[in-house]
Ligand binder design. Structure first.
Ligand SMILES: [Zn+2]
Ligand SMILES: [Zn+2]
Length: 280
């Protein structure tokens, strides 16, 4: 190989390296996958259906107030049913987010959030499930744990990723940071609001946000709604795990630009099992 050719190859390699680096840059902005609600103007109103029981009402209210401080969006609470058959499934109406609690079982997670994607990047609906099987125990039955997980999972339904991948460093002062000491990670911080401004800077020429005032029945991708979303078998491929092991992100590719993304917050015990495990 001539010197010139090998130099060309080196340049080509550098170019490939730059391409490969792009996903890492996307992660560093703390948007997950560039996923966002399509809308034609800001700030947009996102209906948040209250399917939680009274034990969770104040935490849902706090998170709604917190995230609505964003300049680009308002969460608008809508009354929903919190009966067992609604919350077991927690199926979200199209264009809205449903938040539920129930005793979902000893499956290791404190909370999961799911978003449905169409067209590669647009969120069409979201749900949050909070697992009372653990919140009924003394370790997690605290305002700090309830707030952290409620706030973080709702943040995911807006398209946000985690801020911190470490476990033993100081808390970052945002609910998007998993920690064993949640007391100082109770609310979004300035960086979360900046990220929302970045994610929602552009406008779309259509909308995936529902303006309908009726709660609506849960609906969506038939195949996903048939699955038991409480277990990893339904979540697709593991695509991200924090160093703490406390949070994971899964993606189920449904083809044609449709995806289901699941954001998991594990218990401390489950996090310890997953910490340091290689996931690829
Ligand atoms: Zn868009
Ligand atoms: Zn998370």
């Amino acid at each position: 190989m001539s010197q010139k050719a090998s130099r060309r190859n080196r340049i080509a390699l550098v170019a490939v390296g730059a391409l490969v680096a792009v996903p890492a840059l996307v992660l560093a902005t703390h948007s997950w996958g560039g996923y966002h609600w399509a809308r034609t103007s800001n700030p947009f109103n996102l209906k948040t259906v209250d399917s939680v029981t009274s034990a969770w009402d104040s935490y849902l209210d706090t998170s709604i107030v917190d995230w609505s401080k964003s300049t680009v969006l308002n969460l608008v609470e809508e009354a929903g049913q919190s009966t067992n058959n609604v919350t077991k499934k927690c199926s979200a109406p199209t264009g809205k987010v449903r938040v539920c609690n129930n005793t979902y079982g000893n499956n290791g997670w404190l909370g999961i959030a799911g978003i449905s994607i169409t067209g590669g990047t647009h969120i069409t609906k979201g749900y949050v499930k909070l697992n009372d099987t653990y919140y009924n125990t003394s370790t997690y039955n605290t305002p700090a744990w309830r707030n952290l997980v409620m706030c973080q999972e709702i943040g995911h339904t807006l398209g946000l990723d985690h801020q911190d991948e470490n476990f033993n460093n100081a808390n970052l002062g945002t609910c998007m940071d998993y920690t064993s000491n949640p007391e100082s990670n109770q609310h979004p911080n300035a960086h979360d609001y900046q990220m929302l401004e970045q994610i929602y800077q552009h406008l779309d020429n259509s909308t995936t946000v529902s303006a309908a005032s009726t709660p609506g029945k849960g609906n969506g991708f038939g195949v996903v709604d048939q699955l038991d979303q409480d277990h990893p078998a339904a979540w697709g491929r593991l695509v991200s795990r924090s160093k703490s092991g406390g949070t994971e992100i899964y993606e189920l590719d449904l083809g044609g630009g449709k995806k289901q993304v699941t954001f998991v917050v594990w218990t401390l015990e489950e996090a310890a099992k997953r910490r340091g495990q290689h996931h690829d």
